[in-house]
Design a protein around this ligand. Structure first.
Ligand SMILES: [Zn+2]
Length: 317
């Protein structure tokens, strides 16, 4: 039995932009390709638009370039773009695999709020506010000064709330996190951490502290447990079993219904020993079923993320 899976983060587009020869259908240099999504039972994949430092200063044209690439090299293979509740329903009724667009870092928006609207019109539904460093909107988690939002960044948050772009706090500074939490609470809009683990289990700056996990849960947001080895276990590379303490921690804080997965495949050079690409999701499902009841596993693999999308994607009705 293969359960459907939603994966909330991969960087395949960024890799494909840098190497035009990569074929999304089955190129083995891609952790995420169509064949592997099928093998692993992934029903819906979020594709991050990540602007590599190799592209030079981040620009809107790089964002548009990756949206084009998604349209020209991913969708023609039969991937269904998911931008609304109706799209999600269509996806669930058919055999196709879905693709959702997310922007990782506001850098390329160049401080221009009109560009945010353009991204929305082109189907971007999630926005990670920063990558690791400061940008015009806010500070990232590796910025030593730990600043929060700029006034323009606050405007960006408000516009996203208005448009229905869902915010993502993976990579955001701790100060930024709490400022967003306040804005989100006032607006009644939950946010997600698409690819972050529990700091209590693995004290890496990119992971979430207990109080942050609790704040996300309280707002009804989602946390995508991620397979980046150094966010899973300090020191030597671990295996998928080392993800279990992260799941335990989030659940112990009350987050069983808020947990999902965000692999970060194609954004990492090294992998967990037994979880190297999307095709391995089948094994991961088996591992989870050894430890947890089916209903919980189904929730983490699919239902929790789907319920969130159903609640927060735009609906044409
Ligand atoms: Zn990332």
């Amino acid at each position: 039995m293969k359960m459907p899976i939603i994966d909330f983060h991969c960087d395949a587009l960024s890799k494909m932009l840098l190497d035009p020869k990569l074929d999304f259908a089955r190129d083995r240099r891609l952790d995420v390709n169509l064949r592997r999504l099928e093998d692993g039972g992934v029903k819906l994949q979020t594709f991050a638009i990540f602007l590599s430092e190799r592209l030079g200063p981040p620009k809107m044209e790089h964002i548009l370039g990756q949206i084009e690439l998604f349209r020209e090299r991913v969708l023609p293979l039969g991937v269904l773009p998911v931008q609304s509740v109706e799209d999600l329903n269509t996806l669930e009724q058919g055999e196709a695999i879905g693709g959702l667009l997310s922007l990782e870092g506001a850098d390329g928006l160049e401080g221009n709020l009109h560009y945010v609207r353009v991204c929305y019109e082109k189907g971007v539904r999630f926005l990670g506010l920063t990558w690791n460093y400061a940008n015009w909107a806010a500070d990232g988690i590796m910025e030593p000064r730990n600043g929060g939002f700029t006034p323009a960044g606050v405007e960006l948050v408000q516009l996203c709330h208005e448009l229905g772009i869902i915010l993502d706090v993976s990579h955001l500074s701790v100060k930024g996190f709490w400022e967003l939490q306040e804005l989100a609470e006032v607006a009644g809009k939950p946010f997600i951490a698409s690819h972050s683990n529990a700091y209590h289990v693995c004290p890496h700056a990119r992971n979430l502290r207990d109080d942050q996990i609790q704040a996300i849960i309280k707002l009804g947001g989602r946390i995508g447990v991620t397979f980046v080895p150094w966010f899973v276990k300090a020191g030597k590379s671990g295996s998928s079993r080392d993800l279990l303490p992260h799941i335990e921690r989030i659940c112990s804080l009350g987050g069983a219904a808020n947990l999902m997965f965000g692999s970060d495949f194609d954004g990492i050079e090294t992998h967990l020993t037994d979880f190297k690409h999307s095709g391995h999701y089948t094994n991961w499902q088996e591992t989870l079923l050894k430890y947890y009841p089916e209903e919980l596993v189904r929730g983490w693999l699919y239902d929790n993320a789907a319920a969130f999308l159903r609640a927060w994607l735009p609906s044409h009705k």
